[in-house]
Design a protein around this ligand. Structure first.
Ligand SMILES: NC(=O)c1ccc[n+]([C@@H]2O[C@H](COP(=O)([O-])OP(=O)(O)OC[C@H]3O[C@@H](n4cnc5c(N)ncnc54)[C@H](OP(=O)(O)O)[C@@H]3O)[C@@H](O)[C@H]2O)c1
Length: 301
């Protein structure tokens, strides 16, 4: 079984946890990520999220973390990193990084890649979290064999993120486990062999938090129209989402089955659903997600 098949099986079988645990122990016996130097490029929302998650989870230490930043404004976000570990242009310090995380906007990538490439070497692993930048583009611009493309989402900021990732053929099993452990410091992660599924993930888990907030916002507005103050409506909606997600997590029932548990025949929920179905709400949400997927493809060209 090659590495990619191994990961596919891991994603799909009930033995996932057991296998992950075994390989996790195996990995830690041979490679301790704490000994790895991590370079984070771009200390915006996501770069800062990764830096803080890697430190708070003890994946690495602040002495082993290096930052490449563009402006002083972002420097303040990671004041815990000593000045000698913070740089503003790529240089020899890049060579000592074992893992390089690129978290700049896609439009800033080309200039960065040009300046970064002379200091990279084939043993390093580069993780890109840039939306729409393919493994091929990363390989063509950086010319190193070990590349990971990951798509996190906003809740990564609080360790509740969902990251979907794929990689080039240059990474071995141990390295991929280290990468999965690194990504898991921000929540959960899923390996996909087919890189195109990262565009699909962009449309579901990447943009998904905004869909959820849109639904919440609509319910808050309805709550206000039904007589609650804004803060009362927010409380009703927040707790309803929180409770519903936790319940769904604890049940083996599907969403459709859970809907049936709330919606009794001739009742109030059924009255709401009559309107949702008349207006084709489910179809509209699916079409919205497909449109996000199409946009992810366009951005990747
Ligand atoms: N935000 C999300 O929810 C999310 C989710 C999934 C993926 N992503 C991806 O994550 C990446 C970062 O997103 P973000 O929201 O963190 O953006 P952001 O807050 O704008 O951060 C980008 C950072 O990169 C810095 N930068 C740009 N060029 C640089 C260079 N050459 N050297 C060093 N630093 C440089 C910028 O510096 P300045 O301070 O000087 O502008 C900025 O601080 C994007 O590619 C995005 O597609 C984001």
């Amino acid at each position: 079984m090659n590495i990619k098949e191994f990961f596919l099986v891991n994603n799909l079988t009930k033995n996932t946890h057991f296998l992950l645990q075994k390989t996790f122990i195996f990995t830690f016996l041979f490679i301790n990520p704490k000994n790895m130097n991590i370079l984070i490029i771009g200390a915006g929302n996501m770069g800062t999220t990764y830096a803080k998650s890697l430190l708070s989870s003890h994946f690495t230490t602040k002495e082993k973390m290096t930052l490449l930043i563009r402006s002083q404004a972002s420097r303040q976000r990671l004041a815990e990193i000593a000045d000698e570990n913070v740089f503003s242009t790529p240089n020899d310090f890049v060579k000592s990084a074992d893992i390089v995380i690129i978290s700049v906007k896609p439009q800033d990538y080309n200039i960065l890649a040009e300046n970064l490439k002379p200091f990279l070497h084939p043993e390093q692993i580069v993780i890109s979290i840039m939306a729409g930048v393919s493994l091929d583009t990363l390989y063509n611009t950086l010319q190193i064999p070990k590349i990971v493309r990951a798509m996190p989402n906003l809740p990564s900021q609080i360790g509740m993120g969902m990251t979907v990732f794929s990689c080039s053929a240059g990474l071995d099993r141990k390295e991929l486990f280290i990468i999965q452990n690194l990504l898991n410091t921000t929540g959960k992660s899923m390996y996909v062999e087919d890189e195109n599924l990262i565009n699909s993930a962009t449309a579901i888990s990447g943009s998904g938090p905004a869909y959820v907030y849109y639904f919440m916002d609509s319910m808050i507005k309805a709550g206000e129209k039904l007589g609650f103050s804004k803060s009362q409506a927010e409380m009703l909606v927040q707790q309803t989402f929180l409770g519903s997600i936790h319940l769904e997590n604890q049940h083996t029932l599907s969403c459709e089955e859970l809907i049936k548990k709330v919606a009794s025949k001739g009742g109030t929920t059924e009255a709401a659903f009559r309107i949702f179905e008349e207006k084709n709400l489910s179809q509209d949400i699916q079409e919205g997600a497909f449109n996000a997927y199409k946009r992810a493809l366009e951005l990747g060209k």
